[in-house]
Design a protein around this ligand. Structure first.
Ligand code: HEM
Ligand SMILES: *[C@@H]1O[C@H](CO)[C@@H](O)[C@H](O)[C@H]1NC(C)=O
Ligand SMILES: *[C@@H]1O[C@H](CO)[C@@H](O)[C@H](O)[C@H]1NC(C)=O
Ligand SMILES: *[C@@H]1O[C@H](CO)[C@@H](O)[C@H](O)[C@H]1NC(C)=O
Length: 321
């Protein structure tokens, strides 16, 4: 499905997601949060993201994934960005986060934004949310207005990361349960997995699927994947998560319909169960995919943020103030 990307740039999905906060005096996220304190914040982030993606398209995928990892670990609070110190046990050591990339670009963005604002007012958690949106747009996907006002955590906890971040070896019911534990439903699971329309995965994450699963196209497994991912060794070899890893498009879903998902967890979404119909729909309906993706990203970005006087705005994303 190759419609011109510019068609979708016109999509602006307004933030209609109402976040039900437990107490009404906790401040909500808002799209105009930095309008007074740093009017150039968003354009500054976009400029750095665009340059980084221009230089290496995979960086767009890596930045999108960082926001997901952050939100699924104790809420979108920038905790995954902290480096280890004698007080902090970095989440960068967690199994699920160990090989994530893009941390250097986040640091670059933070430096540029601090300078553009003349002070440190933009949180690292917000930078991740905006960089994720700008990355999707840079690779031809939909745009949306990012809700802002998250504050940064002063703690990290790698053990919790591994427990909270969905595994590529999970079956469908485990994936649904994992998303539910973060307040996301089955539809969010399917549409947000569509993020795998960009980027790559390491052999270690899909080897079992290639050699041990029956719901994988045998020709795809043998002629495309076995050489990249031998039974033994080559753990760090990369395969694209869909055939067009530089384009945010529907081919992730059309690929699943052909039993050509890369990860076991990807193919679980089209495996004869409750999510098949939605995968089938997105495989041929880019408008629905783009619209729903934008709404679910806003929902994911609203997972347990720190707001008001909770946490802090880190000066340097790698360490607490
Ligand atoms: C449904 C549960 C999910 C599982 C099990 C999962 C698992 C994975 C795994 C194993 C990789 C490869 C990592 C590596 O090789 O080190 C990956 C890559 C990626 N994931 Fe997911 N993921 C899930 C959901 C998401 C969501 C919700 C997003 C964003 C909204 C996302 C965005 C990405 C992106 C963009 C990449 C490519 C990163 C790159 O090339 O650097 N994933 N995912
Ligand atoms: C952030 O802190 C790290 C570790 O101390 C340092 O290497 C880096 O240069 C700092 N970044 C900025 C933008 O000051
Ligand atoms: C999914 O995996 C869990 C844990 O291994 C297992 O208990 C459950 O039966 C599996 N569900 C399905 C539908 O295969
Ligand atoms: C496949 O399954 C077998 C039997 O459960 C297991 O020993 C093996 O490690 C699995 N993975 C691969 C890549 O063969």
């Amino acid at each position: 499905m190759a419609l011109p990307g510019c068609f979708y740039f016109s999509f602006v999905v307004n933030a209609l997601v109402v976040v039900a906060l437990a107490t009404s005096n906790v401040p909500h996220l808002t799209t105009n949060y930095y309008d007074d304190s740093c009017p150039n914040a968003l354009i500054t982030i976009k400029t750095v993201v665009q340059a980084a993606v221009q230089k290496e398209f995979r960086m767009g995928a890596s930045l999108l994934r960082l926001h997901f990892l952050d939100c699924f670990h104790n809420g979108c609070d920038g905790s995954i960005l902290l480096d280890s110190t004698s007080f902090i046990d970095s989440e960068k050591n967690a199994k699920a986060i160990q090989y994530a990339r893009g941390f250097d670009i986040v640091d670059e963005i933070k430096e540029a934004v601090n300078e553009a604002c003349g002070q440190s007012v933009v949180s690292c958690a917000d930078i991740l949310a905006v960089a994720a949106r700008d990355s999707v747009v840079a690779l031809g996907g939909p745009t949306w207005e990012v809700e802002l006002g998250r504050r940064d955590s002063t703690t990290a906890s790698p053990a919790a990361s591994d427990a909270n971040i969905a595994s590529p070896f999970s079956n469908l019911s485990q994936l649904i349960t994992n998303f539910k534990s973060h307040g996301l439903d089955e539809m969010d699971l399917v549409v947000l997995s569509g993020a795998h329309t960009i980027g790559y995965a390491r052999c270690a994450t899909f080897r079992d699927h290639v050699y041990n699963d029956s719901n994988i196209d045998p020709d795809f497994a043998q002629s495309e994947l076995e050489s990249i991912c031998p039974i033994i060794g080559g753990d760090f070899n990369l395969a694209a998560l869909d055939p067009t890893p530089a384009n945010f498009d529907t081919s992730y879903f059309s690929n699943l319909v052909q039993n050509k998902g890369l990860l076991h967890s990807d193919q679980q979404l089209f495996s004869g169960a409750s999510t098949d119909a939605l995968v089938q729909q997105y495989s041929s309906d880019a408008v629905a995919f783009f619209e729903d993706f934008a709404l679910s990203m806003i929902k994911m970005g609203s997972i347990q943020p720190l707001t008001g006087d909770q946490g802090e705005v880190r000066v340097n994303c790698t360490k607490v103030n």
